[in-house]
Design a binder for this molecule. Structure first.
Ligand code: ZN
Length: 348
């Protein structure tokens, strides 16, 4: 079956039903042709335009594919259909709200059951760029695609239209090649969730608490699987291990040459002894869930004399970027997630 359409950009929003009929909503001025078979969409790709195919609503999903200009004559391009590319769970929840009062109240009004949890996860995504407790304005807009998993709230994509910043912040979930966990990225390919310039872990799922996020919380928490190597964040000497284990669990304290003490808590095991000299990046033990800890994580804390230091000031923070060679995969992921968020609007 063939459909024609005209105009630009070549944005083909396909609505694919189980009977595999294809409806294309188009505003275009020229006419590529699209045909749909059971496992692919075939288009005649113009020489000088970019075509985007997808996404699809309903029971079947088609990935957003960006087809580059052929730089010569128009030619036939076949784009395979994948089922359930967003998730094996077909339904992400979409929340799209204008901010009223606090963020937590806005989320809780929209979802009485999970609103508080979702609000915390959402605020954590954007706190690198804006303080959502302080800097909300009337007319600000939150939008988030999320679902509940065994691990808690998972966000696929989110945006925040900020009156204070005069722009819309966006975060897209994507797993960089070679990374152990997905992270959140801006559409330009830089990581929205920043990292310490020197981390106590080579990789982790997310930072779940910053210094002073909770009263009396004196460190940063990194959500990470049990058994992940813990790394010395500077050269120093191991001062003590496994003290106050009821609360700290297995733990290591390293004294840097400037007198700063670095504490690594809740480990599954320690691999160093008091008095031992360690180098930057040396493995001190493995992460765990011991002591006063309800989920696998590393608590990382810096003290100097009586002061608690913020690791973000001490080590500095940085934003990683998408690697070359991954850009196309990343861009199509962004387009797909944008469509997912946009689909919510169409349903309202
Ligand atoms: Zn902690």
């Amino acid at each position: 079956m063939n459909h024609s359409f005209t105009g630009r950009p070549w944005l083909l929003y396909g609505l694919l039903t189980t009977s595999l009929s294809l409806n294309l909503y188009m505003v275009t001025h020229r006419a590529p042709t699209a045909a749909l078979s059971a496992d692919a969409v075939e288009i005649v790709q113009p020489a000088s335009e970019t075509t985007t195919i997808g996404p699809v609503t309903g029971t079947t999903r088609v990935p957003v594919e960006v087809v580059q200009p052929t730089q010569g004559e128009a030619k036939k391009v076949r784009v395979p259909i994948q089922r359930d590319v967003i998730s094996s769970d077909p339904d992400w929840n979409i929340l799209d709200e204008e901010v009223t009062h606090s963020l937590a109240r806005t989320f809780s009004k929209a979802d009485a059951d999970k609103g508080a949890q979702l609000s915390a996860a959402y605020a954590r995504l954007f706190h690198w760029d804006i303080d959502l407790r302080r800097d909300l304005r009337k007319g600000d807009q939150v939008r988030v695609a999320w679902k509940e998993t065994d691990q808690g709230i998972e966000i696929a994509a989110a945006s925040f239209k900020s009156g204070k910043l005069g722009q819309t912040l966006k975060a897209y979930r994507f797993q960089r090649r070679g990374d152990a966990y997905p992270s959140y990225w801006q559409e330009n390919g830089s990581e929205i969730t920043r990292r310490l310039k020197i981390d106590p872990l080579a990789d982790y799922e997310m930072i779940t608490a910053l210094l002073r996020d909770r009263p009396g919380h004196d460190g940063m928490d990194f959500k990470v699987d049990v058994g992940t190597p813990i790394l010395a964040t500077r050269a120093g000497t191991v001062k003590r291990t496994n003290w106050n284990t009821r609360s700290n669990g297995n733990c290591v304290e390293v004294r840097f040459s400037d007198g700063t003490l670095a504490k690594y808590l809740h480990l599954s095991k320690t691999g160093v002894k008091p008095g031992q000299k360690v180098k930057l990046g040396q493995v001190l033990g493995e992460s765990g869930n011991t002591g006063h800890s309800t989920a696998p994580h590393l608590h990382y804390q810096l003290n100097k004399g009586k002061r608690v230091l913020d690791p973000m000031d001490f080590h500095g923070i940085t934003a990683r970027a998408i690697q070359t060679g991954e850009r196309d995969a990343f861009d199509s992921n962004v387009a797909r997630l944008d469509a997912l968020l946009g689909n919510a609007l169409a349903r309202r």
